[in-house]
Design a protein around this ligand. Structure first.
Ligand SMILES: Nc1nc2[nH]cnc2c(=O)[nH]1
Ligand SMILES: [Zn+2]
Length: 475
């Protein structure tokens, strides 16, 4: 579907659920969200019937999309950190930890992206896969290759998924000689070429934007870090990198940058900590490092599935939130074993409970369902610089949304062994709050039946199909 196709004014009626704040989830049982021709939310009503809404706003000509049954609208998920070229390795990590995982699984896979046909297959698959899980925005790491990176941006634009797309910079000899930038000047020139290309296909950055991507401190020489920070400044781009993920990695950073006070100090002294910097992991930061990151306005991507899979550690998210850090969730495929942000919502909660069990903080370490859903939506939006555009159903925001349809036992369960409506069993007596909890703890992509970005349908399933025509939702 071309991202530039026009859409019709639409009124989405039915329950909607979104975060009002970190701790408050609004559940409106009788919602009506008016979305204009540009995909912008023109009004949100909370207790009127469709006819009354049409009349109140003089929107009689708008297309209605009315949800039936145990379904609700939820904001699209924001994946603040993922590696599209690693997707074929999803689920493959054995007992490795970060540094041997990179050499064993990751660099061999990423280096194969000189083959554009292969890149196309993998990138198309991954963008479709993440959309099907309700991810409407993703901050992507690509590889060092400019043509394949540009192709990823093309695919995101064509599919209508919002994306920050980064060509990975890595020039140090941590990387094998078959997969690294030839020089600092090559690193900068290739990154600039990719930035220019991405801006040429979407000049306003409405859907895709470039992001400067030094892989992590050990992958880059000091000169490379400085030069790439200058590029980000000159080009006014976001920056993404990894920080303090694994104890062996932290020791390596100390060895490679002996005059630096800490991992954070390496980035700080190379001008890489800005309000437009996304730092993934942040598992083992010291109190001083946390203060520096906060002072610079850099934001954090929490990647709980990855932190467990490659045994990096439990990031202290509750404490980081209390200190005022801006935090979103990241799948970190394929350190992370799952492309779904919903899966990471669950694992963010599980990780916080493991911390509660093991740390003196006790219950104070626990994240609530509401908090984890906030991180997946509004928190993520703030991390990728889109807090004014997406993350919730507010007038003036763009309509990035998913339908979560839980079906009902009477629909599928009566038919032994056929659970077409997905993995959640709803018996009919649950409150909407309980249904949201059931979805968070047991739901999956079978429950995400339709997805919109800027008011345009970017994914739909057979369950929703009858109600959607040609990219425009109809009843
Ligand atoms: N999880 C993860 N950490 C990294 N640190 C440097 N590169 C990577 C990567 O690809 N994944
Ligand atoms: Zn990563």
């Amino acid at each position: 579907m071309a991202a530039s196709a026009t859409i019709q004014r639409t009124i989405y009626t039915g329950p909607f659920v979104h975060s009002l704040s970190l701790t408050e989830l609004e559940i409106c049982e009788k919602g009506a969200i008016g979305v204009d021709e540009n995909g912008i939310i023109a009004f949100v009503e909370k207790e009127l019937d469709l006819g009354a809404v049409q009349e109140k706003h003089s929107w009689q000509d708008a297309t209605p999309v009315q949800l039936k049954g145990n379904a609700f609208f939820f904001p699209g998920f924001i994946d603040t950190h993922t590696h599209a070229p690693q997707h074929p390795n999803t689920g493959l990590f054995g007992k490795t930890t970060l540094l041997d995982w990179l050499q064993t699984y990751t660099f061999p896979m990423e280096s194969s992206f000189t083959d554009l046909k292969r890149a196309e297959t993998i990138y198309r698959n991954f963008v479709s896969r993440t959309l099907s899980h309700g991810t409407t925005t993703a901050a992507y790491y690509a590889t060092i290759h400019v043509p394949a990176t540009n192709l990823l941006a093309d695919i995101c634009l064509a599919r209508g998924q919002r994306a920050l797309v980064g060509r990975v910079c890595m020039n140090s000899d941590l990387s094998p000689d078959y997969y690294r930038d030839a020089s600092v000047s090559q690193s900068v020139a290739d990154s600039k070429a990719s930035i220019d290309y991405i801006r040429s296909i979407d000049p306003k950055g409405s859907i895709v934007r470039p992001i400067v991507t030094p892989r992590f401190a050990p992958s880059c020489t000091s000169e490379c870090l400085t030069s790439i920070a200058k590029l980000a400044k000159d080009e006014s781009t976001f920056i993404q990198t990894h920080i303090s993920e694994n104890k062996g990695e932290i020791a390596l950073v100390q060895e490679l940058f002996p005059t630096s006070k800490s991992y954070t100090d390496v980035y700080d002294t190379h001008n890489l900590l800005t309000p437009q910097t996304i730092l993934a992991h942040a598992v083992h930061l010291s109190a001083e490092e946390r203060k520096t990151i906060l002072a610079r306005g850099a934001t954090l991507s929490h990647c709980p599935c990855s932190n467990t899979a490659i045994t990096s550690g439990c990031a202290p998210i509750r404490s980081l939130l209390d200190e005022g850090h801006t935090i979103g969730l990241g799948t970190d495929v394929s350190g992370g074993f799952h492309p779904s942000i919903l899966e990471n919502v669950r694992h963010a909660i599980w990780t916080s409970r493991h911390l509660a069990l093991q740390s003196p903080l006790g219950d104070a370490a626990k994240l609530s369902t509401e908090e984890a859903l906030f991180l997946a939506t509004r928190g993520g939006a703030a991390v990728v610089g889109l807090a004014d555009k997406v993350g919730g159903f507010d007038v003036g925001k763009e309509f990035d949304a998913q339908v979560v349809d839980l079906g009902s036992v009477s629909e599928g369960g009566e038919n032994e062994g056929k659970f077409d409506a997905g993995p959640v069993d709803v018996f009919g007596w649950e409150s909407w709050g309980e249904m949201v909890e059931k979805w968070v703890y047991a739901g999956d992509d079978r429950n995400t039946t339709a997805v919109w970005v800027r008011g345009r349908v970017v994914h739909r399933t057979a369950r929703f199909e009858g109600r959607v025509v040609d990219g425009t939702a109809t009843p």
